[in-house]
Design a protein around this ligand. Sequence first.
Ligand code: PMP
Length: 437
Amino acid sequence: MPPFKHTPAPYTGPSKEEVIALRKKYLSPAMFWHFREPVMITEGKMQYLFDEKGRRYLDAFAGIVTVSVGHCHPEVVAAVDRQNSLLQHTTTIYLNNEIAEYAKELADKMPGDLKVVYFVNSGSEANDMALMLARAYTGNYDMITLRNGYHGMSPETMGLCGQHTWKQPIPQGFGVRHAMNPDPYRGPFGNDGQKYAADVADLIAGATSGQVAGFIAETIQGVGGAVQLADGYLPAVHKLVREHGGVCIADEVQTGFGRTGSAFWGFQNAGVMPDIVTMAKGIGNGLPLAAVVTTPEIAASLAKRIHFNTFGGNPVCSAGGRAVLRVIEREGIQQNAAAVGSHLLSRLRALQQKHDLIGDVRGRGLMLGLELVKDRATKAPATAELGEVFERMKDMGVLMGKGGLYGNVFRIKPPMCITRQDADFLVDVMDHAMSTL
Ligand code: PMP
C-alpha cells in the first residue's frame, strides 16, 4: 500500500460484535451491508479509511461518491468547527451571512443564468424540488426520465428511478415516463444518441399529453453503473423536450464538483445547458447538504407561496460547503480528478486486455465503471465473480463500489485527492484478485 502519514487513534468503543448486535436490533433492516462480513469504519483521513483494529483501506467509493476532497479534510473540519461553536442553527427565517455568501459562491460556479439557489439536505429532496419547479413553471405534468437512472428514495423521486432494486411497492411515479436507456455498451443502438433520442420523441407522442413538464437525467449514471449516455443524446433530447414545453434538469448529485475531471459539472461535458441543476453528495464532503440551482424566471414560479424547510443551508453545513469550494479551487481537485482519472482509466483498459472478465471500461475523471461479464460476446453479467473480486480486494485493503442493473459493475469513485500511486495500487490489487479467482 502506498505510504501515508497518519496513525489512527486507538479505538476504545464497543466491539465489532457488539456494534453488529446493536445495528441488527435497533437499525432498520431496510439498510444493507456492502460486504459479506461487515467492515467497521472508525476513522477516515483523506483517501483512506481505518477500521477498529487500525487497519487501513484505500477508499475507492468515497462514502458513495460523497467525500469529494478527502475524509476529514483539515480545512473543512476547521470551517465546521468554527461555525459549530458560533451558531449551529436558526433556519432561513433569520438573516445569516453564511448561507447568503455560500449561495453566491455556488451560483458563481454555475454557467449562464443559473443563479438562484435553494438549499435542501439530500439528493432526493433536491430532485423532489426540481420536479415541483418543472411542473410549477411549465404548468405541465408529464416527466421524462431514463430506465436505469437513479434519482432518490422519496416516493416522488423513487418514481423517477428506473431500477426495480430501488423501488418499493407503493404508489409512485405519477406522470413519469421512462425512456430507453442510451447505454453505449448494452443498448440496442450502441453509441448512436440520435436513435435513442427518437425513442423520447415516440414516448412524448404516444405516452404523454404532448405537453411535457421536464426531462431529468444524470450525465453519467451513477447507481446504474457509470453509464455514459450515448454521444449526442442529451443535446437532442433537450431540444425535443423544450419543443414540447418542458424544462431540462441535470441531476449532478454524483457528477458535480469536478468529479468528471474535464468539467466542473457533468452537463458541460455533454455541451448542454440545463434549466435546473440538482446537487448533493460531493457538495458537502459528507455533511448533510444539497441544493437546487435554477434561473430567476423558473425560481419565480414558486414565489407566490411559501415553500420552506427547516435545515436546508444550515450554517454549519454552509460553512463546510464553502470550505469544499475553496479546497477544490486551491488544491486543483478537479485537475487531479482529470489526471489521476485518466491514468486509472488507461491502466484499467490495459487490465481489460489481460482479463476476459472485464467486458467494458468506461467513465470520466474519477467516476469510472468496470463491467464484468462471463462472456464478451453474450455480455452475460458476471455478478457472482464481481462479488468474489470485491471481497478479495477488501481483504487486500481496497474498498470498491458496485452497482449496475445486474450488480456486475465496479464503481470507482474515490475521494478526489487520490494519488497516482493509489490508483496503481488499486489496479494491482484488482489484477491480483482477478488472477487468483
Ligand atoms: N441522484 C443521484 C444521481 C444519486 O446518485 C443519488 C444517491 N445515490 C440521489 C439522487 C439521491 O441522493 P440522496 O441519497 O442524498 O437522497
